[in-house]
Design a protein around this ligand. Sequence first.
Ligand code: TAP
Length: 474
Amino acid sequence: MYNYTRHYINGEWVESTGSETIDVINPATEEKIGEISSGTKEDLDKAVKAAKEAFPSFSQTTKEERVQLLDNIVSEYEKRKDDLIKIITEELGSPLSFSEEVQYEMGLNHFKATAKVLRDFEFTEDRGDSYIQKDAIGVAGLITPWNFPTNQICTKLASALASGSTVVFKPASKTPFASILLVEILEKAGVPKGVVNLVNGSGSIIGDGISSHPDIDFVSFTGSGKVGKNIMQNAAEDIKKVALELGGKSPIVVLEDADVETAARTAISNIAGNTGQVCSAGTRTFVPKNMHDKFVDAVKRLVDEYPIGDPQDKNTFMGPQVAKDQWETVQDYIQKGIDSGADLIVGGKGKPEGLDTGYYSRITMFTNVDHDSQIAQEEIFGPVMTVFTYETIEEAIELANDVIYGLAGYVVGEDPEKLAKVAKSIRAGRIVINNTDPDFTAPFGGFKQSGIGREWGDYGIEEFLEPKTILGLP
Ligand code: TAP
């Protein structure tokens, strides 16, 4: 059992001022694996005070000192590899291979990439007529979701530390333990006391408290649109800057010259990777009309190559949903798809055979979907694929853009002109052509209701800075 009923404030693990705790459940076994304290407003105040007091000194550290700090974090992070993989697999239900190759690696890559861009980052700019200085923003409040317990927080922490800002952060209460390990890593790496503070607890108390705290200068939030709106409203009270990384309903556009099996694998891995709990997942697949039947057959044939089951099994591709409520949401959407008249071709409601314990869903594909229906327009956050046909590239692009979101987009095919045309026309923050690997130094974030601001690399650092123009500097 992991019992972490303390918060990390001003460089020390301190008891919560409250006595309430929150249980953490392993979604594969449905058993409790530990608990955290449900922090109070008083705990939060202490953490904000520590961050505020640490700011004057930390914001004056040199860029070289902060590069060194990030380099130290990279080496300490690597030392905790096995622990991080183990805990993410237990608290999220992420399969061991995914925990290692994606969850662990993404967190590491953010520290590495941020250190890399920081080396060349200019905090001042002399334009002749003016002099621009970029100052650290102050105390940043970081709030993160459960789907990538290291990735989401590591990008924010790396950017904040690179900028010279100090931090109070609250991870999702479903997956808090990876963040406890991260704090241990930061401590070992030499992050000065008060610079990073962790307060565990519920979104309604600690998350809400961060977004409305008068001594927090900037809130960087990743999570649902609903909570994002709430954060903006709270932040409006004292004109606090916000950055929001929200949901998505990303398109995969398959070109007529695409290899059908590659297209099918792209679509399956997009919805089944991390059990569909990926904000940037491609969940709407657009195929040329004359390829539809071949594409559907390929998905039906290949889907069994993506085994669902015990996350501790090295061969598992897809584990359970993170929790019972998320499983129920997925089930509701599958029912909505059936009710809307779409054709259910693969998967469906209920648990896969033999997986009665654990919040397991089935990999599900709908075709003949009305693009205005809920399963086409709303984020499901589960392994549900919707398939559409198109006759012209223009029609595919128009449909691809016909959602309130704009986080990501995918294109599969060969023709360079068409690949570029689709990639450049989709209104989203990141387009991936033929499954190209991510660049951790390039910006990540959303158009439209997928968010405000950008993370990763130099764009991520910029979010934690305030540019100041000085005129007439002697
Ligand atoms: P949320 O319910 O929005 O939770 C995210 C975080 O906000 C958690 O730490 C949560 O705390 C906290 N929170 C809850 N209520 C709050 C409030 N009133 N004020 C401030 N904070 C509050 O999202 P989720 O269910 O964890 O994650 C799924 C959603 O996140 C999806 O919509 C997904 O698309 C989106 N997401 C987006 C991205 C990017 S990069 N765009 C990445 C991952 C996820 P508790 O855990 O204690 O409830």
